[in-house]
Design a protein around this ligand. Structure first.
Ligand code: HEC
Length: 114
């Protein structure tokens, strides 16, 4: 009986730790995407730079799917601008910019500010 309770406690602890690790890696990926965007994309996509004339701004990018953004940076016109990004950074930027997952799954503060 006692060992059973211990097992349950152990399992709960393990589940909580896994959830915490997921959240931590989500946050780390978001930071990676944000930093890579700031360094490689923002100077055109945040507006106000003739270089980026015609570039969709953040709110417009936020309406695009991951597939569309991926197509632009992997094979499309943005490939040249994404050439210094490591694969993990590229994935993180795509997730950071795109509309998915649906806004309901995003933290309210992030949804409100983007
Ligand atoms: C030198 C300026 C510049 C930089 C740097 C830049 N972009 Fe762009 N981007 C543009 C312009 C201009 C367009 C519009 C091009 C068009 O409509 O043909 C665009 C369009 C896009 C689009 C829309 C593609 C579509 O399907 O309509 C995406 C997504 C995008 N950029 C992502 C990025 C990402 C991610 C980065 C950083 C890795 C980046 N861009 C860096 C200028 C830039």
């Amino acid at each position: 009986m006692r060992s059973r309770r211990f097992l349950v406690a152990l399992l709960c602890g393990a589940m909580a730790a896994t959830a915490a690790a997921d959240e931590a890696s989500d946050a780390a990926e978001r930071e990676l995407g944000e930093a890579a965007y700031a360094k490689n994309c923002a100077y055109c996509h945040n507006g106000g730079n003739p270089l980026g004339a015609g570039a969709p701004l953040r709110p417009a990018l936020k309406l695009m799917s991951r597939e569309r953004i991926r197509a632009a940076v992997v094979n499309g016109r943005m490939r040249v601008n994404a050439r210094f990004l490591k694969p993990a950074e590229l994935e993180a930027v795509i997730k950071y910019l795109a509309a998915e997952p649906a806004p309901a799954a995003a933290p309210p503060a992030a949804a409100a500010s983007s």
